[in-house]
Design a protein around this ligand. Structure first.
Ligand SMILES: NC(=O)c1ccc[n+]([C@@H]2O[C@H](COP(=O)([O-])OP(=O)(O)OC[C@H]3O[C@@H](n4cnc5c(N)ncnc54)[C@H](OP(=O)(O)O)[C@@H]3O)[C@@H](O)[C@H]2O)c1
Length: 212
């Protein structure tokens, strides 16, 4: 498949691109950095800024892309322009391009405002509001075959290969396990039009996804 990874230079994006290339996909990664991120014949790169106009974003996206990952984010610095409006413009651009599959990395409880008073989330309220409405847009206002993966905290620690999906705790994740889960979602059509939360747990990633 030819796959667009929006946010290929990020911590999750880097692991995700490596896994997609290992799975023999052709990957187009986006970054505003000049240097080529991966030295692989199946990798090409796009200098994409999602704060640009939606039509400009759309022009940069190839028609023959089979699936899109959104793993970009502002890191709290520009949540409105990047995590909300930037994300929504990519959803609109991808849809208008005629591409169907869109896999969004989001955050745990993004769509469950009843959980937002907990201490870890309260400090990130602006970010949560932005992810909430971007996710809502994808679910309610697009006709894309979406999957939203709502990860708990991302940690730079060794992969475990095991997760808990849709339990009641926010939890923590090895970044590599989040990338593995995102890569597995692409192979699992039962994840289409589903939203699920994840953190490291006791179930092998493929088994957990198969149960969705
Ligand atoms: N941190 C957590 O605990 C946590 C938990 C759950 C979910 N998440 C979500 O996971 C996402 C990815 O996390 P991460 O740690 O991998 O992020 P990261 O390392 O900060 O990477 C951010 C990515 O976003 C891209 N980006 C930023 N602004 C952009 C813009 N204006 N236009 C285009 N691309 C832009 C960056 O590309 P450039 O190379 O162009 O800068 C980079 O590839 C977060 O943004 C967040 O929404 C995070």
């Amino acid at each position: 498949m030819k796959i667009l990874v929006i946010g290929a230079s990020g911590r999750v994006g880097t692991d995700l691109v490596k896994q997609l290339l290992a799975d023999n996909h052709q990957v187009v990664g986006t970054t505003r950095q000049e240097k080529k991120l991966f030295d692989d014949k199946n990798y090409s790169q796009l200098d994409l800024d999602i704060t640009a106009h939606k039509d400009a974003i759309q022009k940069q996206i190839d028609k023959d892309i089979d699936a899109v990952y959104f793993v970009a984010g502002s890191g709290g610095k520009d949540v409105l322009e990047v995590d909300l409006h930037g994300a929504v413009k990519t959803i609109q651009a991808v849809q208008d391009k005629g591409i169907k599959r869109y896999i969004m990395l989001s955050t745990v409880f993004s769509l469950d405002t009843s959980k937002w008073d907990s201490p870890g989330i309260g400090d990130l309220k602006q970010y949560y509001i932005c992810k909430h409405y971007a996710d809502q847009w994808l679910v309610n206002d697009s006709n894309l075959d979406y999957t939203i993966v709502q990860a708990g905290a991302l940690k730079e620690r060794a992969a475990t290969g095991k997760v808990a999906i849709n339990d009641d705790n926010a939890g923590e994740n090895s970044i590599e396990d989040v990338a593995t889960t995102l890569a597995a979602v692409l192979k699992a059509d039962n994840t289409i039009n589903k939203v699920f939360s994840m953190h490291n747990g006791e179930t092998a990633i493929n088994d957990a996804i198969a149960k969705l």
